[in-house]
Design a protein around this ligand. Structure first.
Ligand SMILES: Cc1cc2nc3c(=O)[nH]c(=O)nc-3n(C[C@H](O)[C@H](O)[C@H](O)COP(=O)(O)OP(=O)(O)OC[C@H]3O[C@@H](n4cnc5c(N)ncnc54)[C@H](O)[C@@H]3O)c2cc1C
Ligand code: FES
Length: 253
């Protein structure tokens, strides 16, 4: 883990509230895995004091990409970064998805900005596994398809694709899978992950989820990101250090 000053190459608006930031950093690009994250200091001043965590969205040989929605002041400042400005990035952090396990089909399930880690996941898996993606959002304008291949869409209001949430859509397609040969990778809001966990445990499907929580340090010092374990001998894990990816069987969300 190191701090890097990465010059912004481009910062494009790709959705109503969604941005894709590309920065130059061969060091980060070559030392980070899908669904690991970086902790970014979004301003040169003391405000906001804390870094903000972002999944690595994609990499190429020399560049890193972040995809983010504007939530508050920190993401608003990040959205205002111009070409040539440097971002201060602590990386690599956390543990990513176990993508190389023995399975045939990777089922990627994204809710809203939970789409962020999947372009890297998709590129990593291409040619190795079959990939099928389920993308969900409140309505059409919240659907992010950037970097996905072979996807279906669900919207809560029915404005695009399946009318319902993305877990209901996945459930409706379960019969088309050989359940013991798929592995599910989920990222999105915790209520979505909770429903995914329940479904996958009930159907005995191997699944990993990237858990959402507020963070401060990002590397195990502040103890500010606990998640409850299912194993009683060790009651809590830290999302930043032991996750953000966990097997659905291991955590209570
Ligand atoms: C491991 C990890 C990876 C992440 N990856 C991405 C990503 O790739 N793209 C992206 O857009 N966002 C991502 N997030 C969430 C992102 O860190 C927050 O949106 C960001 O910190 C908000 O900063 P802000 O200053 O704009 O908003 P703040 O002013 O800090 O918060 C605005 C509102 O958002 C809520 N909020 C802040 N952080 C979170 C959170 N983690 N979960 C739920 N609600 C929150 C606050 O409670 C508040 O209501 C990730 C979070 C984690 C823990
Ligand atoms: S954010 Fe500090 S311990 Fe996890």
């Amino acid at each position: 883990m190191n701090i890097y000053k990465a010059p912004v190459v481009s910062n494009q608006k790709i959705g109503k509230l969604t941005y894709l930031l590309k920065a130059y950093s061969p060091e980060i690009a070559n030392n980070i895995s899908p669904a690991q994250f970086c902790n970014i200091k979004v301003s040169e001043s003391d405000f906001p004091l804390l870094r903000r965590p972002f999944s690595i969205c994609d990499v190429d040989d020399k560049h890193i990409y972040f995809m983010f929605d504007i939530h508050g002041e920190g993401t608003r400042m990040l959205a205002a970064k111009n070409e040539g400005e440097k971002i201060d990035v602590l990386s690599p952090l956390g543990k990513g998805y176990a993508l190389d396990d023995d399975y045939d089909t990777a089922v990627l399930i994204a809710g809203g900005i939970g789409a962020a880690p999947f372009p890297f996941v998709t590129n990593y898996l291409k040619g190795k596994k079959e990939i099928l993606s389920f993308i969900g959002g409140r309505s059409e304008e919240n659907i992010i398809t950037y970097g996905f291949e072979n996807y279906v869409i669900a919207t809560d209001d029915g404005s695009s694709g399946f009318h319902g949430n993305v877990i209901e859509l996945f459930k409706s397609r379960l019969n088309s899978f050989q359940k013991e040969r798929i592995k599910v990778f989920g990222c999105g809001p915790n209520p979505m992950l909770r429903a995914l966990k329940k479904l996958c445990i009930g159907e005995n499907i191997n699944a990993e989820i990237s858990v959402e929580c507020a963070m401060a340090c990002g590397f195990g010092i502040c103890q500010g990101c606990p998640v409850e374990n299912t194993e009683e001998h060790e009651k809590y894990s830290l999302v930043c250090q032991d996750g953000p990816v966990f097997n659905v069987k291991d955590v209570i969300i």
